[in-house]
Write a protein that binds this ligand. Structure first.
Ligand code: NCD
Length: 325
């Protein structure tokens, strides 16, 4: 890939400073994040109505371009687009063109020729959504639905939306992100979002083998022990053990991981009594989280999924709005 410009994330905005693509949390700043969360708040009432539709994207075409499998992210993007009255096309490229040798740019040109207005992209290579944003026609918006280990901005936005709704003022909160930080694009985006919103303290809790080098430079406090790391915490975010991204033996065994880091009712008791438990899904019960906790009263995992629709509606309408005003 060619060398990036000095501000690689300026591409997210149009010439007037309006949001056009959402590729990463970096570069958004507190004002844009807050604007997205406030817009999502206004869409929550739509999703609770009997007729769950608003005409904001009527006549627009959104294409879900998924080069890597996904259930909840793709379906919530699809529902978000439909609730905004857009036409939606789902393309699972891993099973079609790519396997027949078509290049990414050829695939893009063909979909553009179908008059698409927005691409929602998931890809196993870091930087893929950014590459696509640099090559699409000027009227097309690109939303990153997860690229390699790099970023998953809408997941982080729905997580901070959920935290804001349930816990309020970020400056007073301690948030712990637990588990496989090394392979997690979700963790990277969450850390950027939480720090942009001035969260009191962001912690990561993991074995050394599952932490990226110099992780503290991202603005987190590092813990290797659950009892110490969970002390006085308001929010616990559990991550999936991303076996498919692991090369070699980073872990002794899943049983050992669960014993040391799996969130059980006993370990949950080390956090504040009103701490909330989050997980981006898909959760591996008995590996990083015990069923009793995943289904327990402190779990907000299903609220995260519902909030994800409103947050994705907000991002889609703001990015499309950039071209209308
Ligand atoms: C995450 C992802 O795909 O990055 N899941 C999701 O978006 N719902 C996290 C994961 O796969 O563990």
């Amino acid at each position: 890939m060619p060398k990036l410009a000095p501000d690689p994330w300026a591409i997210q905005f149009d010439g007037e400073g309006r949001l056009k693509h959402l590729l990463t949390i970096e570069g958004l700043g507190p004002d844009w994040i807050t604007r997205i969360l406030d817009t999502a708040e206004s869409f929550l009432s739509v999703t609770g109505r009997e007729v769950k539709k608003v005409p904001l994207l009527r006549g627009r075409t959104v294409v879900n371009l998924f080069f890597e499998s996904s259930t909840r992210t793709r379906t919530t993007f699809e529902l978000a687009a439909k609730r905004l009255s857009a036409d939606v096309l789902n393309l699972n490229i891993s099973t079609s063109a790519a396997t027949k040798g078509e290049s990414l740019l050829d695939t893009l040109r063909n979909i553009e020729a179908m008059q698409a207005d927005m691409f929602v992209v998931r890809h196993d290579k870091s930087g893929a959504a950014h590459f696509i944003a640099r090559h699409v026609a000027p009227h097309v918006s690109v939303l990153n639905a997860g690229d390699g280990r790099h970023a998953h901005p809408t997941q982080a936005l729905l997580d901070v939306f959920t935290i804001r709704k349930l816990k309020g003022d970020f400056t007073k909160l301690r948030v712990a992100i637990v588990g496989d930080i090394l392979h997690s694009r979700v963790a990277r985006s969450q850390i950027h979002a939480l720090n942009t919103l001035n969260t009191g303290e962001v912690r990561v809790i993991a074995p050394r083998t599952l932490l990226p080098a110099q992780v503290e430079k991202l603005g987190v406090r590092v813990f290797h022990d659950m009892r110490e790391g969970l002390k006085d915490v308001d929010v616990i975010i559990m991550l999936r053990l991303q076996r498919e991204r692991m090369e070699g033996a980073l872990l002794p065994s899943e049983d050992e991981f669960f014993r040391l880091y799996g969130l059980t009712p006993e370990k949950l008791a080390w956090a504040k009594p009103d701490a909330i438990v989050m997980h981006p899904g898909p959760a591996n019960r008995g590996v990083e989280i015990d069923s009793e906790v995943a289904d327990g009263p402190q779990s907000v995992i299903l609220q995260q999924v519902s909030n994800g629709i409103a947050v994705r509606m907000a991002v889609m309408s703001l990015c499309m709005g950039a071209r209308e005003e």
